[in-house]
Design a protein around this ligand. Structure first.
Ligand SMILES: [Fe+2]
Length: 205
């Protein structure tokens, strides 16, 4: 697994290095500081949204190679969680995430959380924000993304960046959306839905 993770981080660095956004520089610095020789040992598990995982993995275009083959391997070694942020009154859920780097990830880090994100078809992940800065690298599927008042269509290879506390939402239609998700900055900070910003909705594993 150590070799696969090292290859994955190198592939990620190669994608980010081509992107001149300032947040990518921060991610690259955090990746350089990781101890990828120290891999945690835990039992992998799946969650209901993983029904869409094989399809999402098979839809990664070859031009994102070697990310396609590396994610086929890595995604099987992770703990997947279906999530609604514990507030089904704001969001019924319909997505899953798994950490590669972070508190529950294969590699520990205090400065970065990085993992996989899978949103089911026909799901509206409503407008929300958090103190952490966030980036998504889309690897398969399609979605509409709202950032503040802007609507963006994303496809494989798109990189989306949210500043700290910036409102964003993700809408899928017929296809699921599969992405690499990255938090930097205040990774243990607040998270809230835009319509109920007084309620902190911490991530519960
Ligand atoms: Fe977010």
């Amino acid at each position: 697994m150590e070799k696969i993770l090292t290859k994955f981080l190198t592939a990620l660095q190669n994608i980010l290095i081509k992107n001149d956004k300032d947040i990518c520089e921060k991610i690259l610095l955090e990746i350089e500081q990781l101890n990828s020789g120290c891999i945690r040992n835990f039992s992998a598990s799946k969650s209901p949204t993983c029904t869409y995982l094989d399809g999402a993995l098979n839809n990664i275009p070859k031009d994102l190679s070697p990310i396609d083959l590396l994610l086929k391997s890595i995604s099987k070694k992770l703990v997947w969680h279906d999530a609604s942020r514990g507030v089904p009154k704001y969001f019924k859920g319909g997505y899953a995430f798994a950490e590669i780097i972070g508190e529950q990830g294969l590699i520990a880090s205090e400065g970065i959380r990085l993992g996989l994100f899978l949103q089911q078809p026909n799901v509206n992940y409503p407008l929300h924000a958090h103190e952490a800065e966030e980036s998504y690298i889309i690897v398969s599927g399609e979605a509409c993304w709202k950032i503040d008042d802007r609507m963006i269509s994303v496809i494989p290879g798109s990189i989306i960046k949210h500043q700290s506390c910036q409102d964003h939402a993700t809408f899928t239609e017929e296809e699921s959306l599969f992405a690499i998700w990255i938090w930097t900055g205040e990774i243990k900070g607040r998270y809230w839905f835009a319509d109920n910003s007084e309620d902190d909705c911490p991530l519960e594993y």
